[in-house]
Design a protein around this ligand. Structure first.
Ligand code: ATP
Length: 248
């Protein structure tokens, strides 16, 4: 494999006696869409939190784009190129979709909210916000307050916000959670459009989405990596069947 964009070695995090992540090894190739699956409590959210810098590992190393980042906080990792969407919504419900995108672009570009804003810069930021909505298929919903968007549209907008800083790696935590089947299909189509342009680590319970999207799948069980392989090989893996897929 080419130099991985992201790699983790020996990544370990315990809560009291529970090892939520235990010596996790991970290597994401540039442009790869990697799904992480596993039963409830397997450590998936803990792993994304460790990679995003929201949690500190007890042990282990994380390299991103050629440098060690385990000592960086979440804001520094975002600046380094790691974008993140959340299971819990991070949108401002009374602002429109475009206003939310505009704020995200402004924050990502590092500009302050002062009154003496240059008109040219304003236009650039507004154009970028509109482009972001286009990237996630929400351009027709730009003027709608976020609270009036459908759940699926809100999740699409969250992905637009995560893209605001032009990340090289996007961490997605259950983007189809709570969605109707039609909304899930729209999300899968969106991720299909984004794939390749940005490396994606996708934590997901929806196996149809996972098998439709993933280049490779990492299976976590009890905080440990049980297997990492291509979707067909994961489907055929007897240990994975026994530990997880067989329970569906
Ligand atoms: P789910 O699919 O249900 O979201 P998950 O695979 O994301 O689960 P985690 O949420 O990472 O799993 O949890 C892994 C283990 O760590 C579980 O046993 C969980 O109870 C424990 N855990 C996670 N966060 C905490 C915390 N803040 N305090 C104590 N235990 C925690």
């Amino acid at each position: 494999m080419a130099e991985p964009l992201l790699s983790a070695e020996g990544l370990t995090k315990a809560y009291g006696g529970v090892r939520a992540c235990a010596e996790v090894e991970l290597a994401l190739a540039p442009g790869e869409l990697r799904a992480v699956i596993g039963p409830n409590g397997a450590g998936k959210t803990t792993l994304t939190g460790l990679l995003a810098g929201e949690l500190r590992p007890d042990a282990g190393r994380i390299r991103f784009a050629g440098r060690e980042i385990q000592g960086l906080d979440a804001a520094a990792r975002a600046r380094a190129g790691i974008g993140r969407s959340y299971q819990i919504t991070s949108l401002f419900p009374r602002f429109t979709a475009l206003e939310n995108a505009r704020l995200a672009v402004q924050v990502a570009s590092g500009h302050s909210f002062g009154f003496r804003r240059a008109a040219a810069r304003d236009r650039r930021l507004a154009a970028r916000a509109e482009a972001l909505l286009g990237e996630v298929g929400l351009e027709a919903r730009a003027a709608v307050p976020v609270g009036d968007l459908a759940h699926g549209e809100q999740r699409q907008l969250e992905i637009a916000l995560a893209l605001a800083g032009r990340p090289r790696l996007l961490l997605l935590d259950e983007p189809t959670a709570g969605m109707a089947p039609e909304e899930s299909r729209a999300m899968v189509a969106l991720l299909q459009r984004l794939r390749g342009g940005v490396t994606i680590l996708l934590v997901e319970h929806d196996m149809d989405a996972v098998f439709a999207l993933a280049d490779r799948i990492t299976v976590l069980v009890g905080g440990r990596v049980l297997a990492t392989d291509r979707p067909d090989a994961i489907r055929a893996n007897a240990e994975v069947q026994a530990a997880y897929l067989g329970q569906d």
